[in-house]
Design a protein around this ligand. Structure first.
Ligand code: BGC
Length: 761
């Protein structure tokens, strides 16, 4: 329906306009009845509906309506399947329509900087490309149903500790390359109706009042068209926030924020046009929802099946020494409280009131060769000698034992971070006891983020079920018995131990967290350090095997503006049908600046019958090769060689091809009196000056003239170690020292610098 929103705004009073910019209560925006502006509701998110009654709470513990808990992002990201995530979004969008929810508060795309972040279970990945692709699919799915999304938490919200007051201290290149891209891709490709700003500060400025973040980057650079809302209680100074680009304060601040806006307009410190623009942005989204209202029914059972399907497609088989799949004729002892009571979601604002929950026990109980003993509880860390004895006995009398281990609820949640990466001691202890009596040991893990595995070497199979959503239990049973062939791949690295993680020294600090590791997050760090890890990013096994061959590029020489198509053949070389996630990484060999060894820039999931071969085509866009240079305030692609790597994981590269890029981009010289001779030497265009300065220094120190130097050059082989030192010293000499040595007068040097600059523009 066509309506004139600017006319509507003209008819609104100052109070009504200020009122539109904050919540009515915990979940509703205000309406203006006399003007036909409805009060709409928003709701968490991200992996299902948490529609609360009027009595909202911040902890997600008050009852919400019965709904479907789809797999949280820690698991669904492992599907590496855009269509699947989109499908999940469509179902959530339909449910939101059925429940009259205008915006779903998700997806949550913060990068998993540390395995300890209490909310990692809600986030997709340590990798910005994967996070971005998942976010786009989720947003497109939900918004296809006429319901908005709120991508969150923008930005650099990577720990729970002091999240409302802490500052994430991150350099710009790292923000641009690691912490922003998921938001950037989502905005550019899927235009979420809203963005939720984060609680924290970035480099000392609250996200909720950061004009660079909310306006310069989000709107002016990326083209965001919707409205920005605050995370719940993230507003610091309301008027500063509005000016910076924060349109909606959530939840209600009981009139405080509104009054500040009204006063600021009245006393002239806030231009009313800024308020009008904010109201317009909010109303555009409100009416977009109203105009797309349609009837939907909650299809809980059908969505439960969809939730199971997503879980089946995402769980990751970490290890398998001919243990899985289990056979019906084998006697199997199942141990661990999670068998009956799976942990399938995390605590906090995403907590869903599931209308039903599958457990593996529901699916397998009553089967002839299945026994179950608890061994340890799913809720605490108490080693019970009697339960342990019973479990060892059952394991000994079986052909195989499958231990359902995991993190109890209290170990990870929104609101606090983990202190360590351990499973409860009682579980580790029982696993080692059982291994003494039954070597055929399988572990199934229920956790929202990586755990240390002291039993890694002797567990013969490990299935990472993550938090599987309400149907996760039946998905586990289906995978264990081979009804489903696992095809998930890790969306994060599993280090051997916490201390291996690059954020180890700078995490959960009270006031400021310094992101010293910079770009080197997750596999970018472990690769650079050549460090062994328990399981690498992108890893995941199948009950079949795949062969990669015949990689080719659509061009082997391109410019920095071009795209390139990577094709390769993939064959299912095993006996059962299966899916493989082909991953494409780019390695920059130009040496222009420090870059990760390789970065994920494309992937595709392929289904193959036994013996079948398919050709996979993956397009790499121009951004795939670029890095962010603060010298040009933009993306830069250096000229030279890049390697295109195709792999089954970040540490299992099967094929590679070389690509040459001829880039027209040149980094500015930023030449000044403190530029070193070495810097001039490393740039083709200024090399001749560096050589000249070098000779002048040689003459100055050794009394050699040009002819002597040429003679010396001819006797190169006789040069001793001392020359290396002298070369290094010369290379690190700044131009000002040539003035200091009296080789140039200061004015002469400054004039020469100008001359070099002009020559190089
Ligand atoms: C969380 C958000 C959530 C909001 C509403 C906040 O505490 O950080 O992710 O959407 O509450 O529940």
């Amino acid at each position: 329906m066509k309506r004139d929103i600017s006319m509507l705004i003209k008819e609104m009073t100052l109070e009504e306009k200020a009122g539109m910019c904050s919540g009515l209560d915990f979940w509703h925006l205000k309406g203006v009845e006399r003007l036909g502006i409805p009060s709409v509701m928003v709701s968490d998110g991200p992996h299902g509906l948490r529609k609360q009654d009027d009595s909202g709470d911040h902890l997600g513990i008050n009852d919400s309506i019965k709904a479907v808990c789809f797999p949280p992002a820690c698991l669904s990201a492992c599907s590496f399947d855009r269509e699947l995530i989109k499908e999940m979004g469509i179902q959530i969008g339909k449910e939101a329509q059925a429940e009259n929810l205008s915006v779903m508060l998700g997806p949550a795309v913060n990068i998993k900087r540390s395995p300890l972040c209490g909310r990692n279970f809600e986030y997709y990945s340590e990798d910005p490309y994967l996070s971005g692709e998942m976010a786009v699919a989720c947003i497109q799915g939900i918004q296809s149903q006429g319901v908005g999304t709120s991508i969150k938490h923008f930005a650099a919200n990577n720990q729970e500790y002091n999240r409302l007051s802490c500052s994430s201290e991150v350099d710009e290149r790292t923000l641009r390359e690691i912490y922003f891209p998921a938001f950037e891709t989502a905005v550019k490709k899927a235009q979420p109706k809203t963005v939720m700003c984060s609680y924290n500060m970035i480099n000392g400025v609250y996200s909720s009042e950061n004009p660079w973040l909310l306006t310069d980057v989000l709107r002016d650079e990326w083209g965001f068209k919707g409205y920005v809302m605050s995370d719940w209680g993230a507003v610091n100074e309301r008027v500063a926030g509005l000016k910076a680009g924060l349109e909606l304060e959530m939840p209600s601040s009981n009139g405080t924020g509104d009054m500040e806006i009204i006063n600021a307009v009245k006393d002239g410190t806030l231009d009313e046009a800024v308020l009008d623009r904010a109201v317009e942005r909010i109303l555009n989204v409100v009416f977009d929802y109203i105009d797309n209202r349609h009837n939907e029914k909650l299809e809980l059972e059908a969505d439960h099946e969809e939730a199971k399907h997503i879980a089946c497609e995402s769980m990751v088989l970490l290890k398998n020494e001919e243990m899985l799949p289990l056979k019906k004729e084998e006697k199997v002892a199942f141990v661990g409280g999670f068998f009956k009571t799976p942990r399938y979601q995390g605590g906090g604002s995403s907590h869903i009131n599931s209308f039903k929950v599958d457990s593996a026990w529901n699916c397998l109980n009553g089967e002839k060769n299945v026994t179950y003993v608890e061994g340890f509880s799913a809720v605490d860390d108490v080693y019970d000698e009697n339960l342990a004895k019973e479990a060892c006995e059952a394991a000994k009398n079986a052909d195989k034992v499958v231990i359902f281990a995991g993190l109890p609820d209290s170990f990870e949640s929104e609101g606090y971070d983990r202190k360590h990466m351990h499973l409860p001691d009682c579980q580790n202890r029982l696993i080692s006891e059982i291994a003494k009596v039954q070597p055929n040991l399988v572990v199934v893990l229920h956790n929202g983020s990586p755990v240390e595995m002291p039993w890694l070497s002797y567990a013969k199979a490990i299935l990472e079920a993550y938090l599987g959503g309400q149907a996760g239990g039946s998905a586990v049973a289906a995978i264990l018995y081979g009804d489903v062939n696992p095809s998930g791949k890790l969306a994060e690295t599993f280090p051997y131990k916490l201390a291996d993680n690059p954020s180890y020294f700078n995490f959960a600090c009270p006031k400021k967290v310094e992101y010293h590791e910079g770009l080197y997050v997750g596999y970018r760090y472990y690769d650079k350090k050549e460090m062994n890890v328990a399981f690498p990013f992108g890893h995941g096994l199948s009950y079949t095997t795949f062969e990669y061959s015949n990689i080719r590029l659509s061009a082997d020489r391109i410019t920095e503006k071009d795209t390139v198509k990577v094709s390769l053949d993939i064959k299912n070389t095993g006996d059962v049908a299966g899916k493989e996630v082909v991953q494409i990484y780019v390695k920059d060999n130009t040496g222009v600046c420090s870059r990760p060894v390789k970065e994920l820039k494309g992937f595709e999931k392929v289904y193959l019958e036994p013996g079948e071969t398919k050709t996979v085509e993956i397009c790499l866009d121009s951004r795939s090769f670029a890095w962010y240079s603060t010298d040009i305030n933009g993306w830069f692609t250096g000229s030279g060689e890049y390697e295109i790597l195709a792999g089954a994981s970040s540490r299992d590269i099967r094929l590679s091809a070389v690509l040459n890029i001829e880039s027209s981009q040149i980094l500015p010289l930023n030449l000044n009196i403190n530029t070193t001779i070495g810097e001039l030497m490393s740039n083709d265009k200024t090399k001749k000056y560096a050589i000249k300065f070098q000779r002048q220094l040689d003459t100055f120190f050794n009394g050699l003239d040009d002819t002597d130097i040429q003679k010396e050059d001819a006797q190169e082989e006789d040069k001793a170690v001392g020359d290396e030192m002298s070369e290094a010293t010369t290379a690190s000499t700044p131009l000002r020292n040539l003035v200091g040595f009296g080789i140039y007068k200061k004015e002469e040097m400054l004039a020469l610098i100008e001359e070099i600059k002009i020559e190089n523009i």
